[in-house]
Design a protein around this ligand. Structure first.
Ligand code: AHM
Ligand code: MG
Length: 334
C-alpha cells in the first residue's frame, strides 16, 4: 500500500524501526523540529500582513543585516529544540559560537546545526526561503556539548533536511534511508507525505548560478559554465539557466528536475572564497543530495568528507545531478 498521505510524524516513527537500538529520542527530536517548521511557516505566511517585515537594525556574525523574521526563526529553533532534552549543544548561522542548551533542560545525545531562514534577503519580495538543519550524534562526554561536537564532517550526519516556505510549505528530510518530502496541509496543520523516496535524475538540464559574478571566477569555472551554454544535441546542451538566489528553493527545484547548483569561489574579496557555509548550508544539503542519488562537491572533493575547522567556514559548492557535478569537477581539475 502506498504511504502517500501519511503524516511526517508517522513517517519518522516508521523510520525509527530501521535504526538499531533506537530509543525514541531521535524521533522526539525530529517531531519538535517539525513543529518549529510549522511555527516559522505560519510567521512567514503572514509576513506581509503584520509589521514583521524589515530590519531589526542589527548585524549578525556574517556582517549582514538581521531581519525580524530571521530573529523569530532563530529564537523558535533554539527555544523549541532546547526543550526536547535530546540536544547537548546547537549552532546557528545567526549566532557566533556554540549555543548551549539551557540549564533548565536535560542534555541529550545529539547536536543540531541550522540556518534558521536561508535566503532571507528575498523575504521582502515574497520569494521562497527555507530553514536548513543538520543533526549529528555528540562525540564528547561532558555535561554540555562543545565545539568538538559541532565540528564533525558531513559524512557523520544522522539526519538532515530543510523546510521550504513557498507556494506551499514543504519539509524534506533524510535519516540515511532515502529522501522524503512532505507538504503542509494548512487545513489540518500536518505535513503529509507527497514525495516518497525522491531520486534526483543522474543528469539534468538546468544550471543555477549567480552569473553576475562571472568576471570574478577562475577561468576553469568560466569554461564549465560556457560549456553548459554551448549547444550540442548529444549532451542536450544548452542547459537552461534558473537562479532564484535562495539556496533551498534552487536546490529543491534541481532535486526534483535534475541539474546543478553552483556557488563557486570568487575573487570579490581579492582572494578566492566561497559564499555558502559548510556546516549549516552545504553539508546538510549534500547529505540530502547524496541520499537522493546526487552528489555535492567543493570542486575537488566530496562536501561530506570535509573536516570542518570553524563553525562559520565557507566553501565553494557544486551540488545536484551526479554526472553534472562530476563534469564540473573535471573542468575544475584544469
Ligand atoms: P543567507 O544565508 O544570508 O540568506 O545567504 C545565503 C543565500 C543563499 O540562499 C543563496 O544561494 C545565496 O545566498 C545567494 O547569493 P547571491 O545573492 O550572491 O547570488
Ligand atoms: Mg543561509
Amino acid at each position: 500500500m502506498s504511504n502517500l498521505g501519511i503524516t511526517v510524524t508517522e513517517h519518522i516513527m516508521l523510520q525509527q524501526k530501521y535504526i538499531p537500538k533506537a530509543t525514541g529520542a531521535f524521533t522526539r527530536l525530529l517531531r519538535e523540529l517539525v513543529l518549529s517548521g510549522k511555527l516559522i511557516s505560519r510567521e512567514v505566511n503572514k509576513a506581509g500582513l503584520v509589521d514583521i517585515l524589515g530590519f531589526t537594525g542589527e548585524t549578525n556574525v556574517q556582517g549582514e543585516e538581521v531581519q525580524k523574521l530571521d530573529d523569530y526563526a532563530n529564537d523558535t529553533m533554539i527555544k523549541r529544540m532546547s526543550r526536547t532534552g535530546q540536544l547537548c549543544v546547537m549552532a546557528s548561522e545567526e549566532v557566533d559560537g556554540p549555543i548551549p542548551v539551557s540549564e533548565k533542560y536535560p542534555r541529550g545525545a545529539y547536536v543540531m546545526i541550522f540556518d534558521p531562514l536561508d535566503g532571507s534577503s528575498n523575504i521582502d519580495a515574497n520569494v521562497s526561503i527555507g530553514t536548513i538543519f543538520s543533526i549529528h550524534r555528540r562525540v564528547t562526554t561532558g555535561d554540555h556539548g562543545t565545539i568538538d561536537d559541532i565540528l564533525q564532517p558531513g559524512a557523520k550526519q544522522v539526519a538532515a533536511g530543510y523546510v521550504l516556505y513557498s507556494s506551499s510549505t514543504m519539509l524534506v528530510y533524510t535519516t540515511g534511508q532515502g529522501v522524503h518530502g512532505f507538504t503542509l496541509d494548512p487545513t489540518v496543520g500536518e505535513f503529509l507525505l507527497s514525495h516518497e523516496n525522491i531520486r534526483i535524475p543522474e543528469k539534468g538540464g538546468i544550471y543555477s548560478v549567480n552569473e553576475g559574478n562571472y568576471h570574478y571566477w577562475d577561468d576553469r569555472v568560466k569554461s564549465y559554465v560556457d560549456y553548459l551554454k554551448t549547444p550540442d544535441k548529444n549532451t542536450k546542451r544548452p542547459y537552461s539557466s534558473r537562479y532564484i538566489g535562495s539556496l533551498v528553493a534552487d536546490f529543491h527545484r534541481n532535486l526534483l528536475s535534475g541539474g546543478i547548483f553552483m556557488y563557486p569561489a570568487d575573487l570579490k574579496s581579492g582572494k578566492p572564497k566561497g559564499k555558502l557555509r559548510l556546516m549549516c548550508e552545504c553539508a546538510p544539503l549534500a547529505f540530502v543530495c547524496e541520499q537522493a542519488g546526487g552528489y555535492a562537491s567543493d570542486g575537488k572533493r566530496n562536501i561530506l568528507d570535509i573536516e570542518p575547522t570553524s563553525l562559520h567556514q565557507r566553501v565553494p559548492l557544486y551540488i545536484g545531478s551526479r554526472s553534472d557535478v562530476l563534469m564540473a569537477e573535471k573542468f575544475l581539475e584544469g
